[in-house]
Write a protein that binds this ligand. Sequence first.
Ligand SMILES: Nc1ncnc2c1ncn2[C@@H]1O[C@H](COP(=O)(O)OP(=O)(O)O)[C@@H](O)[C@H]1O
Ligand SMILES: [Mg+2]
Length: 233
Amino acid sequence: MIKIKNIEKTYIKASVLTPVLCGITLSIQRGEYVAIMGTSGTGKSTLMNIIGCLDKPTSGQLELDGIDVYKLDDDTPSSLRNNKIGFVFQQFFLLERTTALDNVLLPFIYADKYPADAIQRAKKTLANVGLEDRTEYLANELSGGQQQRVAIARALINDPDVILADEPTGNLDSTSTAEILEIFNRLNKEGRTIVVVTHDRAVAEHAQRILELKDGLITENGTNPNTENSDIH
Ligand SMILES: Nc1ncnc2c1ncn2[C@@H]1O[C@H](COP(=O)(O)OP(=O)(O)O)[C@@H](O)[C@H]1O
Ligand SMILES: [Mg+2]
């Protein structure tokens, strides 16, 4: 489902070079639930944004569902992203004075593609995260956990194969965290590929596979997941 090969990323800002990813090679199969751990500043969000086609690496290859992303013309990665990937972020990124329902409809509005059954679909995804009774609440009338569930419903509106979640429970208490993790578990059982970035081992342990990002490289159980001895592929 996701294949990255030799991904390097160096940020250049005010002529200061910050090498963040130093040659990452990794495969994630369809239907896997993977956690990526690492301390703050190790490049977890950078890697996630590259996997989700929100950012480009300095060098390397990315294959999504058999498609070599950097060989596509400029517009295609964003349509690939809109149709295959749902994003969930630590900060929710909802429009505050907008209803839960309208927040979930946003991807259709941005994509300028508003299907006839858009509202039914949005209501269904809200029900899917247990918010059928909150569709008309404004985002700022919801608790943090409820807001993150709206964000998950928004991520699901295009029925993506992959959910990429960057510190999805970073701003939540333990009860809301448990609810979100329960939803990810269910989405994974339905066959979706889940990739969660977290610095919290208890959150990571819900995944089937835990990867660690350190010094610009990925390890799995202390070893490089792509050596010949790996039994992952
Ligand atoms: N847009 C950017 N421009 C310059 N440096 C950046 C940018 N984004 C991130 N960085 C730097 O890259 C490193 C990794 O950041 P990030 O991927 O956000 O780490 P994490 O998500 O693991 O906390 C940090 O040192 C950060 O300052
Ligand atoms: Mg981050």
